[in-house]
Design a protein around this ligand. Structure first.
Ligand SMILES: Cc1ncc(COP(=O)(O)O)c(C=O)c1O
Length: 371
């Protein structure tokens, strides 16, 4: 199989697996326990916290360890509206762990949501952000993701943050697809979500990083872990894996992804040449590893299934909605439902050999002819 679905999840690094095996053998106790064994497990969690803090030049006290990106996004959005109703500016470019929370907050009478315009090139429309901030009083929160999960388009985080902060609004950045792919600093966001499994770490762990003074409010009741903001026992084994993955990001992650760009471009132009009218979705500046391709007359999920049978893993729609045949809400907002229904996403994580690239192109050619 050739795995081209790294935006769904990445393959854990061997060094991550080793760090986790070590922690599983030696640091498996409850990190909140005060005894020696507990302190050993606690040290794994604190080491992970230190690495996350360093990624965003944040203070250790401003890092909340979560179960991943979904929980971090939920925590950020719900915290912003914990103290009464306000306005929320967001867009259909965001992951469901943001858009569905926005919808829920509106249903619960806690937020009034304004859906910002999305441009055909895959960017959030900054002019519409400015207009919305002008027209709406008491904007509590603006959300803008760093890198889009479907197209890889790099979003205008700093421009949006500057506009929002001028009006006293908070800014939440979902950076789940950005770590290891683009520069993260400087980041002027008030809250930032990350997930270790998107940067060669384990599943089930991530973090919410916040600016000092931003109030994070627990969305579950329980113990006093993570300063009471995120009750529940943190897994020291997963924490060891996340720390090891961030070490890799710091050492060579960005360089490795940058090296993929020319291969992605070569593969993309070969794949676009296979069918008349094929187009790339998201023409704005992208992260180096994603290609989202539209094939007129193809049905996205059918294409994914046929490619899978022939040995290539890709996706249509985000990982969370894989298995359903709904067109991607991101692509629908950008280019409409028809084009969204006939598109597939390829996302790379390691360099491919020339032979593998040729094989992917040949499999695509056969599948497109067959369909
Ligand atoms: C942009 C983005 N945000 C959030 C998430 C959710 O992260 P997790 O799977 O860790 O809950 C994903 C997962 O695909 C994502 O792509």
């Amino acid at each position: 199989m050739i795995y081209l679905d790294w935006n769904a999840t990445t393959k854990p690094l061997p060094e991550v697996a080793e760090a986790m095996a070590r922690a599983a053998a030696e640091a498996w106790a409850n990190p909140a326990s005060v005894h020696t064994m507990g302190r050993k497990a606690g040290a794994c969690v604190e080491r992970a916290r230190a690495f996350v803090a360093q990624l965003f030049a944040a203070d250790l006290r401003d890092v909340v360890i979560t179960s991943g990106g979904t929980e971090a996004n939920n925590l950020a959005l719900r915290s912003a509206f914990a103290q009464g109703k306000g306005n929320l500016l967001t867009s259909r470019l965001e992951h469901p762990s943001v858009t569905r929370v926005a919808e829920a907050l509106e249903r619960e009478g806690k937020a009034i949501v304004r859906w910002l315009n999305v441009r055909e090139d895959g960017l959030l429309d900054v002019d519409d952000v400015a207009l919305a901030l002008q027209e709406t009083s008491d904007v509590r929160l603006v959300t803008v993701q760093a890198v889009n999960h479907e197209t890889g388009v790099i979003q205008p985080v700093e421009a949006v943050s500057a506009l929002a902060h001028q009006k006293g609004a908070l800014v939440h950045v979902d950076a789940v697809q950005a770590v290891s792919k683009v520069d993260l600093l400087p980041c002027s966001a008030d809250t930032i979500a990350i997930a270790a499994h998107k940067f060669r770490g384990p599943k089930g762990i991530g973090a919410l990083v916040h600016r000092p003074g931003v109030r994070i409010v627990a969305i579950m009741c329980g113990g006093s872990q993570e300063r009471g903001v995120r009750p529940g026992t943190v897994d020291p084994v997963a924490a060891a894996g996340m720390a090891s993955a961030i070490e890799w990001v710091n050492r060579c992650g960005r360089r490795q992804y940058a090296a993929i760009e020319s291969q992605r471009d070569a593969l993309e132009s070969a794949l676009l040449g296979l069918a008349e009218g094929a187009l790339q979705n998201g023409s704005a500046k992208r992260a180096p590893h994603v290609s989202n391709l539209y094939y007129p007359r193809a049905v996205g999920p059918e294409l994914v299934a046929a490619l899978d049978l022939d040995g290539v893993c890709v996706s249509s729609g985000s990982a969370c909605s894989a298995g359903t045949s709904e067109p991607s809400p991101v692509l629908t907002a950008m280019v409409g439902a028809t084009r969204a229904s006939s598109s597939v996403r390829l996302s790379m994580g390691e360099t491919l050999s020339a032979e593998e690239i040729e094989r992917v192109v040949s499999i695509f050619r056969n599948v497109l002819l067959r369909l």
